[in-house]
Design a protein around this ligand. Sequence first.
Ligand code: HEC
Length: 113
Amino acid sequence: MKIILPILVCTIAFFSCTRDKITPIDSGCQTSISFSADVFPIMEANCISCHQQGNASGGFDLSSYNAIASNANAVLGSMKANSFQLMPLGGPALPDSTIQKIACWIEQGKQDN
Ligand code: HEC
């Protein structure tokens, strides 16, 4: 029932269900997220080609810890198309489990580890 209800509600209100309402895969962010092992590889694989010094699309250089940490809300918002344009540009959106890692990294205090 816990699972069926949200699915039902989402099906009925299909167009109003943003990615924001997707159930976290790791609710409570119990798994510790590492910047170097988790966050940076995600950024490297999906974002940095368009967001680095000399090619900071939209004014965002996302190629270092400091840059990613200080723009963390925009990074997460863009992955969820929440208040920001969907990234990676042109889509498709990254998998929920990937977005969740970024969300948990922020929730855990943006560790530089
Ligand atoms: C193919 C190139 C490309 C890739 C890959 C890409 N971006 Fe972007 N990004 C852009 C461009 C171009 C803009 C500026 C868009 C505009 O001004 O309309 C932009 C803008 C942004 C913005 C500002 C959006 C806004 O609404 O103000 C953020 C935040 C961002 N990107 C984050 C990311 C993240 C995080 C990733 C990886 C998940 C990523 N981008 C991947 C090209 C890219």
